[in-house]
Design a protein. Sequence first.
Length: 550
Amino acid sequence: MQFLEFARICEHLEGVPGRLDLIEQVAAVLPRLDDEELPVFVRFIRGRVFPDWSPQKLGVGPNLLYDAVAYVVGTKRETVREAINATGDAGLAVERLLANKEQTSFFIQEMDLVEVYRDLERMAAAGGQRSQREKLRVAQRLFGNARPLEGRYLARLMLEELRIGVGEGNVRDAVARAFEVDVRLIEHAHQAMNDLGEVALLARRDPAALSHVTIEPFRPVKMMLAQAGTIAAQIADHGEVAVEYKYDGSRFQFHRVGDVCRIYSRKLEEVTGSLPDIAKQLIAATDHDVILDGEAVAVRDGRPMPFQYVIRRFRRKHEVDSMMEKIELVPRVFDILYLDGEPLMDRPLAERRTLLEGALGAHVAEQFHVGDVAGAEAIYGEALGLGHEGIMVKVLDSPYTPGVRGRLWVKVKPGVETLDLAVIGAEWGEGRRAGMFGSFLLAVQDQGRLLTVGKVATGITDEVLSELYALLKESVIARSGKEVTLEPKVVFEVGYSEIQASPNYESGYALRFPRFVQVREDKDVDEVETLDALVERYRQQKNGQGSLPA
Ligand code: AMP
């Protein structure tokens, strides 16, 4: 497939409003792709370049994009920036700039979809001191060969936001439809393989093999997630449940085979080098080949320290040793997904727990089996007393479902309700806050789109505001008056008093009294609250059953 055809398909899909039509049209394309093209197309069409499990990162920010396009159209970085500001969309701006240039250029080399992928791979591989120059060189070549429409999607692909409304669920359904396979099989294989591209290939070549796809060491799966809920509802629904402390640390996945071990963060970045102490403790605690799921906690004098200490260690690449002395991390392992060649994701939690206790001599998180509300509440009180965030209430016969935020794991913690939201824009501050952002535009996700749900300006000290400015200033992709559009990269946890129906925001809802809580550095934008979950919270609130205890 030529990249031009891919761009035409994207342009067409951008105009398709209905989910079912969208799925059908993506499904219609898949069978005619060859084996090399199929996985690339499946990733590209939802704005992804690499498999979800892969630690590869493109590392292209708006500045590199401006420079590459400026070079190709023979103008200054500022001109490109201004063009993007004027349209509010990097893709459309690049398209227009290339259209002006097209009249003067004679030679364009056809670009093939797979070749574009290889070039992007080259960009990701460019590391070290010369990395920016090498990335720029490849980007210049790509834009140099791009027709205007190709430029639109190339720019968006480099920023990993295609804006055509095709989310993971749509692609999964399209693959199932294209190759006439049960969507549950696709979903199951996807959870274990963590790459829809490869799953699509398998669905075409050997659908029977889909049910045998299993988790493999050094290929991290997405973390299983929890929904907010109550002790009473969870026990009413399931009777006896597993109650664990909710540690306030940072999630990790530990993979070990023989002498080799790797640790992945919640975003599935490899963090082994930053966490030698966690690696050492876990290696010492088991002789088995394992994949473990747990939380890294910072401890001082036996008491947990706030989450910020832990995340600092996860980010640390240099001087790990001196940092280790300051912040001691210990692992609390609460799940096992693989043991000596045996995949365990489909086994019930209770069984996994027994295997975990057998395989790991230390660092297993505490777990209590409880069948009555009073008993669970007592553990909740104890958890808070020990300085933990709250408790997790888990269904004993549940499988491990990577990437799913469901009711199989329910989190119970005190305090205001919060939502994790994408930061997609900001407004310049005034007075003391001039020269930095004063308020932030927030969004939920819905089928691959980000929909606004409100702005947050309170709960932020001047010091934090200037930190947020430093964090976000490189992500500005457009300016208009007092407002800027940001490349969605950062997730805020935001408290609120109520969710209200509102025509003022694209989601149809607004937050009453939104309040900044913290930056969720451990979360990617594709993990922010979904519109469906927001609507569910809105309904619960209307029915008078808050989803969290008072
Ligand atoms: P939240 O980040 O608020 O959605 O809460 C879910 C997170 O709590 C998980 O992603 C883990 O990082 C963390 N966590 C702490 N203790 C546990 C536990 N015992 N089981 C599962 N997750 C836990």
